[in-house]
Write a protein that binds this ligand. Sequence first.
Ligand SMILES: CC(C)(COP(=O)(O)OP(=O)(O)OC[C@H]1O[C@@H](n2cnc3c(N)ncnc32)[C@H](O)[C@@H]1OP(=O)(O)O)[C@@H](O)C(=O)NCCC(=O)NCCS
Length: 160
Amino acid sequence: MFEEHALNASLHDRAGFCCGVPELDDYLHRYALQHTRKGVTTVHVLVNSKAPHVILGYYSLSAAQVDVTQLNERDQKKLPRYPVPCFRMGRLACHADQRGRGLGKILIGCAVERCLQARKQVAAFALIVDAKGIEAKRFYLHYGFTACADSPMTLYLPLG
Ligand SMILES: CC(C)(COP(=O)(O)OP(=O)(O)OC[C@H]1O[C@@H](n2cnc3c(N)ncnc32)[C@H](O)[C@@H]1OP(=O)(O)O)[C@@H](O)C(=O)NCCC(=O)NCCS
């Protein structure tokens, strides 16, 4: 059974994680805990309950904002002309051995659910992501994300 947990240095084997994108591996190995402690991000990992130390995938979330002009016309019309409060999923990755088994889908679902819970306390219009490449962008488009007007590798998903 899959379980999602906050990254924990004494429980999770960060060094064993490999998604094949050096920047995303390096982040988990070296920076994720530091950034968590500094309060600039939260990092959650997906594990199998039978091997709870093995990280199968992870994502990070932070508060963010986007200029309203970056949204499509339909979304702009709903909103005041202020910077739009959002959450940012700065990183998302699955272990290279686990691709195509639905873990990316589970991780996106967990991240969206966490954002929906958080926005009951602090408002946010959308979840923003930064695609690290064209394949990652296709993945996000598949889930209904829309590219921002001036930065097409940044995409957003309204949470309403
Ligand atoms: C992107 C990534 C997270 C996808 O994870 P995954 O576990 O392989 O994806 P899943 O098996 O959960 O696929 C879920 C759905 O997305 C689709 N999908 C997966 N990768 C896709 C892609 N590159 N383009 C379009 N659709 C894609 C699948 O077909 C599946 O569709 P379905 O639910 O309609 O059948 C994974 O490939 C990864 O970790 N890549 C390296 C890191 C990376 O690029 N991260 C992106 C953030 S920068």
